[in-house]
Each structure stands twice: as C-alpha cells, then as structure tokens.
Design a protein around this ligand. Structure first.
Ligand code: NAD
Ligand code: TYD
Length: 336
C-alpha cells in the first residue's frame, strides 16, 4: 500500500484526483487533509467517502502538530500538495491568507516530510508563476519565474522553498505547473463555471477588460493523470509543465457557452478589468510528453460540452454552494 497524504482534496482538482484515482488503484491509501475553506466541499467526495482506503481529516496544513500526528499515525510516505488559496481576484482583495496557506503551509509540509524521510513530495503549482506572455512564445520549465498577482507570487514562493529542500537536503520533490483547468466540481467563482451558471440563471456575464485575455485550457482529468504519472515516475528535483495546447481568449469561451445554452449574447457585460491582469498564458508541455510519455486525452470541443452538461445536470450541487448549504455536509456526515 502507498500511504499518500493528499492536501486540499475537497477542492476542485484534488477531489477529482481522489475520485478518479480510487477507481483505478487499490494499492493507494489516501489521507485527505483539508480545512474546508469556502472552496472545500466534502460533497465532492461522495464517490470515495465509504472506501476502505480513504480517510478524511479536517485540518490546516499549517498546523504542524496535526501534520506530525498524521505522518506518524498513517506512516505517510508520499505527499501531493493541492491545498491552496487559488483565486486571483480574492488575492487582490487580501493577500495575507494566501501567504499563510500557500507559503507557510507548504513549508510546514516540507519540514515534516523531511523529518519522516518520505519517498516523494509532489507540489501542485501553476503556470501563473511565469507571469504573462506577449502574443508569441510559450512557457517552458526554463522560463524565469516572474509572478504578477499576490496569488501567483505566493505559489512562486512555495516553489522556491520546495526546490530549496531538494538542493539543501536532497529531498525527493517534484513540481508540476499546469495551465487553467476546467471540468466538473469547479467552484463557481472561476471563469467557466461562473459563466455557465450565470447564463443558466439569465444573469449578466461579467467580462473583464476587452475579453481578449488568453488562457490555455486543460480538462481536469488530463491534469490529474499527469500528476499520478509524476508521483510514480517524475524525476526528483524536476519541474514539469502540464498543458493541452488549447489557448483561447475568454470571450470565445463565453460565446461558446451562450451558444450551447441557446442564450443571448446580450447577457455579456464588459466590466472594469482586474488590476494587473496577465494578458496571456500558454504552456509548452513537451518535457512531460517526452520524458514521461504523458499526453492529453480530452479534446476541448467535447470536454467543454460535457462540462456544460455536468453543470446543467448538477444544479443541486451548485445551488447548495450558492445558498451556503454545502458547508453543512461535513457537520451532517460527522454528526457535529
Ligand atoms: P480550490 O480552491 O478548488 O481548492 C483548494 C482546496 O484547498 C479547498 O478544498 C480548500 O478547503 C483547501 N485548503 C485551502 N487552504 C487550506 C489549508 N490551509 N489547509 C488545508 N486545506 C486547505 O483549488 P483548485 O482549483 O482545486 O487548485 C488546487 C491546486 O492546483 C492549487 O494548489 C492551485 O494553485 C493549483 N492549480 C490550479 C489550477 C486551476 O485552474 N484551478 C491550475 C493550475 C494549478
Ligand atoms: P480565472 O478563472 O479567475 O482564472 P485565472 O485568473 O487564474 O487564470 O479567470 C480566467 C480568465 O477569465 C482571466 O483572464 C480572468 C477572466 N475572468 C473574467 O473575465 N470574468 C470573470 O468573472 C472571471 C472570474 C474571470
């Protein structure tokens, strides 16, 4: 059995990872440590909650006493650190919690992992640490780190700490830097779920600036398959970019969503731009493709339609987020 500490497993990518991997691997014992911030939703883990090789623990990655206890009790040998404050707009409103979780929290995990001589520490980072691109070019693993938002600067700081643990202690760390994810279970503050849900509710779709900001979209399962490969075969001390070569201006995705839902483009509302808004992200993922034989399996054209359909079919899921009811699931399940 591989005893794996997955942090932030009640969020969008982490819950998709756990649900996916527990259907594929019965040699994984997953301990999910998540403190259920606004972004954590235990309902996401319904498919996994009764599995013998899955345990949920509510708690903060910055709590070293708790993290120590978990390492000892569950004999943790692998860590996948998804836990983070992840929304750029929130980081602009207030950056402190971003540093506490993304930097200090990662540092706590690294220190305790080092003392326990773990086999591998996978840090889930982001392409946003590279900053913004002009019209041409792609981010490679050698692109200098140049983050622009409080969110991306906190992720970059964590990356630097992770690499310092490799250089100083030869700790077996690997970093993944992925582009923008989409798919089921994404919290409706991010572009794609927000636009789908607003359109379904006939509410305005707020488009920042001129709508021509470019993101490179990848389906969440493709990202998670790459993470699992990195956990298994990623070379220690290395960084792997992950992306599906699918650049798109925001307005194109928004129009596609409206067209599929047969809603009028009059719902589009151009609003004041996000301060410091990065113009373009685009990933060169040839390293992970060449070294680990990973490649994306989902085409944007079909996976975006499946994603829109998922939000249509799961109105109760996002309805409970909008009403705040989703936060009661933990209390109900654990009878608190
Ligand atoms: P999310 O915001 O949906 O989920 C984050 C999870 O972490 C939540 O369940 C939350 O409760 C938990 N968490 C927050 N602070 C915590 C703390 N102090 N202790 C324990 N748990 C805590 O985020 P996501 O979109 O699933 O992203 C997961 C990771 O992937 C993040 O590290 C993010 O930087 C990275 N990433 C995200 C994207 C994307 O497009 N969403 C792209 C590349 C990288
Ligand atoms: P977001 O989903 O917040 O991801 P990130 O900023 O981490 O890339 O935003 C994706 C893009 O969509 C980004 O260019 C900002 C833009 N955007 C809007 O135009 N309107 C919105 O309401 C949101 C949330 C994002």
């Amino acid at each position: 059995m591989k005893n794996i500490l997955v942090t932030g497993g009640a969020g969008f990518i982490g819950s998709n990872y756990i649900n996916h991997i527990l259907t594929e691997r019965d040699d994984y014992n997953i301990i999910n440590l998540d403190n259920l911030t606004y972004a954590g939703n235990l309902e996401n883990l319904k498919p996994s909650e009764n599995k013998k090789n899955y345990t949920f623990i509510k708690g903060n990655i910055s709590n070293s006493e708790l993290v120590n206890y978990i390492f000892n009790k569950y004999k943790i040998k692998y860590v996948i650190n998804f836990a983070a404050e992840s929304h750029v707009d929130r980081s602009i409103l207030g950056s402190e919690i971003f540093y506490r979780t993304n930097v200090i929290g990662t540092n706590v995990l690294l220190e305790i992992s080092r003392r326990n001589e773990i086999e591998k520490f996978v840090q889930i980072s982001t392409d946003e640490v590279y900053g913004s691109l002009g019209r041409e070019g792609l981010f490679t693993e050698n692109t200098p780190i140049s983050p622009n938002s409080p969110y991306s600067s906190s992720k970059a700081a964590a990356d630097m700490m992770v690499l310092a643990f490799y250089h100083t202690y030869k700790m077996p760390v690997v970093i993944t830097r992925c582009s923008n994810n989409y798919g089921p279970l994404q919290f409706p503050e991010k572009l794609i779920p927000l636009m789908i849900i607003n359109a379904l509710n006939n509410k305005r779709l707020p488009v920042y600036g001129d709508g021509m900001f470019v993101r490179d979209w990848i389906y969440v399962t493709d990202h998670n398959k790459a993470i699992d490969l990195v956990l298994d075969k990623g070379k220690i001390g290395e960084v792997y970019n992950i992306g599906a070569s699918n650049e798109m201006p925001n307005i194109k995705i928004i129009k596609l969503i409206l067209e599929y839902l047969k809603k009028s483009e009059d719902l589009i509302q151009y609003v004041k731009d996000r301060p410091g808004h990065d113009r373009r992200y685009a990933i060169d993922s040839s390293k992970i493709q060449d070294e680990l034989a990973w490649k994306p399996c989902y085409s944007f054209e079909t996976a975006i339609i499946e994603t829109i359909e998922w939000y249509i079919q799961n109105k109760n899921w996002w309805g409970r987020i909008i009403s705040g009811e989703y936060q009661n699931y933990y209390k109900l399940q654990y009878k608190i």
